[in-house]
Design a protein around this ligand. Structure first.
Ligand code: SF4
Length: 390
């Protein structure tokens, strides 16, 4: 990793990929291993701490304002290991006192002991994977918890002083119809999370669900669209602002870490399959825990992919990422940053506006409407084609 000066004084985000889960969910294609193999757990902890220690001096100009432990299931890995990794981060980087420090958790792995320890270490945000309120569906998905466990987990999380709670929900699940999805939303709203992420189920090749998808009564595209629009309405009525396609929050609770991905800000990832965007390059670590541990032991050869991102490509990413957000694209920023004309894109966005898919705000920014978010893939690929031709 090259040593880079930080001329713009942009703060850095740090992502830790914790590749362990109690069991594998039927739809999941994230990199994680199941079960408890102490040798692997210890090897992972050593490798990730060494990696962080080596990377710190390469980014001397940066302060860190977000740290995110994802996975996998960090809480299954355990509080002691997570605390040791956070300590390694604090030693190697300058973590700001008001940094957002998040961990992902599953409802079955948040004990009092774990929460007390993590709160005292400075973790201040929890992202809890609830998915839905129906135990039968949770079981079909292979989720290792019930809805009652999720509700108890929320009480515990509050008891230990976490004031920033996000919950993950999914729609389009096996056997789930629109009323069932709306019931999930209403039940979860009673838990009063500050932040809610709603994801439509995607059947990924290579997952068990992919093999038997036709037998499990999945929602079609139209039904998924209805579920999505219903979530946008219900959450708006309950005071949640949609700030990204899938993300909703109460005032002052956007995910500062995830905003970095959508804004194109720098972040460094550690652990197998973690990605980074730093110093003009994007790199991904090998998707294999043993190779990661060995590579770090032998001198840090753990990258699977390194991409230098050219300015035109960055401009395309800017369109892609900014149109996911409610803030949208500012033509002046686009033209100034990438030296490309916005006019041809604006012509197309004006057509989208006439079809109720996009709007332009008083300050000239363009963003998609909820109906536009539903067809954002088509809109974005059309915009990328137009960009290429100009
Ligand atoms: S708990 Fe999360 S990371 Fe683990 S298998 Fe399930 S969805 Fe994947």
């Amino acid at each position: 990793m090259p040593l880079f000066a930080n001329k713009n004084k942009t703060p850095l985000g740090i992502y830790i990929h914790v590749p362990f889960c109690r069991s594998k969910c039927q739809y999941c294609d994230f990199y994680s291993l199941t079960g408890r193999d102490d040798r692997l757990l210890d090897g992972y902890l050593d490798a990730v701490c060494t990696h962080i220690k080596e990377a710190g001096p390469l980014a001397p100009d940066y302060v860190v304002d977000t740290v995110y432990f994802g996975g996998g299931t960090p809480t299954f890995f355990g509080a002691d290991g997570m605390a040791a990794i956070l300590t390694a981060i604090r030693k190697a980087f300058r973590v700001l006192p008001n940094a957002e420090i998040t961990f992902e958790a599953n409802p079955d792995s948040v004990s009092d002991r774990l929460l007390r320890r993590l709160r005292s270490e400075g973790f201040n945000r929890v992202s809890l994977g609830i998915q839905c309120d129906n135990d039968e569906i949770l079981k079909k998905l292979g989720r290792p918890h019930t809805y009652a466990q999720a509700a108890t987990a929320v009480q515990r999380i509050r008891k230990f002083g976490f004031k920033n709670l996000s919950v993950d929900l999914m729609y389009g699940l096996p056997g789930q119809d629109l009323p069932a999805w709306e019931r999930t939303l209403k039940n979860v709203l009673r838990l009063q999370p500050e932040h809610i992420s709603c994801y439509g189920l995607k059947v990924e090749e290579g997952t068990p669900l992919y093999e038997y998808q036709e037998y499990c009564n999945l929602a079609d595209d139209d039904m998924q669209a209805d579920m999505y629009l219903s979530a946008v309405n219900i959450l708006r009525q309950h005071g949640y602002r949609q700030y990204e396609i899938s993300n909703f929050c109460r005032k002052g609770h956007v995910s500062r870490h995830n905003l970095k991905y959508w804004n194109g800000d720098p972040y460094l990832g550690f652990g197998p399959n973690a990605s980074s965007d730093f110093g003009g390059s994007r790199f991904t670590i090998v998707r294999d825990l043993k190779a990661y541990i060995d590579g770090i032991k032998k001198g840090g050869q753990v990258l699977q992919e390194v991409q230098e991102i050219a300015s035109r490509e960055r401009a395309g990413e800017h369109i892609m990422m900014r149109l996911r957000t409610a803030a949208g694209i500012d033509p002046k920023v686009y033209e100034h940053r990438y030296l490309l004309p916005f006019g041809p894109l604006e012509e197309y966005l004006t057509e989208c506006k006439e079809r109720g898919l996009a709007t332009k705000t008083y300050d000239g920014r363009w963003h998609l409407t909820p109906n536009g978010f539903l067809v954002s893939n088509t809109i974005i690929s059309d915009l990328l084609l137009i960009q290429e031709e100009n």
